[in-house]
Design a protein around this ligand. Structure first.
Ligand code: C2E
Ligand code: MG
Ligand code: MG
Length: 462
């Protein structure tokens, strides 16, 4: 099949038409190229699926011609745990998974349904049937199950998962953008419910989303206007119970809810990226206050995994030290063990550079994150902090006690100091000291306290 373009003009002779003269050009290539451009503008090059722009056209056409009584169902699918695949195994692995997801989605839908990729790890399926809840439930569960079985890549078995938000036309919305927005809100709820599940859009979701946006805004203001405060919890040497450091723990003076603890706002800060300015502020405060302590002891600051991916972190640390005239040795940064799971070479390099400033590094909440023991050997850590949950169990549970003992042994073997957190009783303190745990922190010795109170405590002790 070829395409031609004709250009011709009539030939007249004595006023009579006797024929035509002109050219015919073969424009097959040009036509194909145009079709290709048209195709590319409407499809995702990696998976070959329709893209966002094709999806929008499709929705607009179909929603406009939706007959009375018929419905359209939109599934907004987001992959769980996809980012670590890209980060740890590389983009080729990520691409492989995305192509696998595309083909599994196609297999589980019918010809008339549209499967689109919106970009990143977001997919949409539009279906012309199923307004019954059970049908939707069955399909969503089938999709989640399909996407949760491992993908093979080279020698790896990659496991991801999926969350789905569902919206229905015309019940939830009749416009393409509006319908997508409803499904997105529902998706948000599915993720909030612990991922690996689906949620349908409901009007009250708008309300909840609204509430969340409001909390995000309040936190933004709190950071900017310094409604945050850093409390400090002393850390003791178990021999002689001398204070050898203090951990900075952030609090939020909320205008209506009073004093909030980190668990009530750190997750929100991490989801919204506000943890970056928040973490920067805590670091700066901690260095500034430590510089005024009457004794030269270490201040520990918690770092969120997200901060480890922020290029400015190293500069901010050295600046905070420099501006406050604090020696690097007096700062310790705590990184949770679970953050190490997603470790890459670049983070390892960053940790080494931080260490080169003299700063100490601690693994926080150790024992909860399943980091491999061999990898722990490669990280430049000085301190292991044993998680509260193990310490809480040592009096009653033989198992917890053996774990704690093993962790103390491990620290000794790797020549790291070991701090037990969450020490609440005299008996726990005695057991830990007998087991050779060198440092302790917990309510039994001291609660977290405002900076001023700590300064008085230190002045009294000194
Ligand atoms: P963490 O780093 O493991 O901090 C220790 C937590 O255990 C603190 O809770 C502390 O108050 C609590 N704790 C201390 N002694 C005891 C005890 O004897 N018994 C019990 N049950 N708990 C004890 P807090 O202040 O609520 O902080 C919770 C978590 O929030 C911290 O855990 C840390 O992961 C995070 N966090 C706190 N401040 C910051 C911050 O500035 N930045 C970041 N990224 N995370 C922070
Ligand atoms: Mg900590
Ligand atoms: Mg901890």
């Amino acid at each position: 099949e070829r395409f031609c373009r004709l250009a011709a003009r009539s030939i007249q002779h004595d006023g009579k038409l006797v024929g035509y003269r002109g050219t015919a050009s073969d424009v097959t290539e040009e036509t194909k190229a145009q079709a290709r451009v048209q195709y590319l503008s409407q499809h995702d090059p990696l998976t070959g699926l329709p893209n966002r722009s094709r999806l929008r056209d499709y929705l607009e056409q179909n929603l406009a011609s939706l007959r009375s009584g018929s419905t359209m169902t939109l599934l907004y699918i987001d992959l769980d745990r996809f980012k670590p695949v890209n980060d740890t195994l590389g983009h080729a692995a990520g691409d492989e998974v995305l192509m696998g997801v595309a083909s599994r989605l196609r297999e589980r839908t019918r010809d008339g349904d549209l499967v689109a990729r919106l970009g990143g790890d977001e997919f949409v399926v539009a279906l012309h049937r199923m307004s019954e809840d059970e049908d939707i439930d069955r399909l969503c569960n089938r999709i989640i199950e399909a996407l949760s079985s491992p993908f093979a890549y080279e020698n790896h078995q990659i496991s991801i998962g999926a969350s789905i938000g569902v919206a229905l036309a015309p019940m939830d919305a009749t416009q393409a953008n509006e319908l997508l927005r409803c499904a997105d809100i529902a998706l948000y709820q599915a993720k909030d419910a612990g991922r690996g599940t689906w949620r349908a859009y409901g009007r009250d979701m708008d309300q909840r989303l609204h509430e969340r946006l409001r909390r995000e805004e309040q936190l933004r203001v709190a950071i900017a206007e310094q409604h945050l405060e850093v409390h400090y919890q002393p850390r003791y040497l178990s021999q002689g119970m001398r204070i050898i450091g203090a951990e900075a723990l952030v609090r939020w003076h909320h205008p209506t809810h009073g004093l909030l603890l980190p668990e009530q706002f750190i997750p929100l800060a991490e989801e919204t990226g506000l943890i970056i300015p928040l973490g920067r502020w805590v670091l700066q405060q901690a260095c500034q206050q430590a510089a005024t302590w009457p004794v030269d002891m270490v201040v520990s600051v918690n770092l969120s995994p997200l901060q480890l991916h922020d290029d400015r972190l190293l500069d901010e640390i050295s600046q905070a030290l420099h501006e406050n005239g604090l020696a690097g040795e007096r700062l310790e940064l705590e990184i949770t063990e679970s953050a190490l799971l997603q470790e890459t070479q670049s983070t390892l390099d960053l940790l080494k550079r931080i260490k080169a400033l003299g700063v100490h590094l601690a693994v926080d909440d150790f024992g909860t994150g399943y980091s491999s023991l061999t990898s722990l050997r490669h990280y430049p850590f000085d301190v292991i902090k044993i998680d509260n949950s193990f310490v809480a169990g040592i009096e009653q549970s033989m198992e917890d006690h053996s774990i704690v003992r093993a962790l103390i042994e491990l620290g000794r073997g790797l020549q790291m100091r070991v701090t037990a957190e969450g020490v609440e009783t005299e008996e726990q303190l005695r057991l830990l000291t007998d087991d050779g745990c060198t440092e302790v922190q917990g309510f039994h010795m001291s609660l977290p306290m405002p900076a001023e109170e700590l300064r008085r405590l230190l002045a009294g002790a000194g």
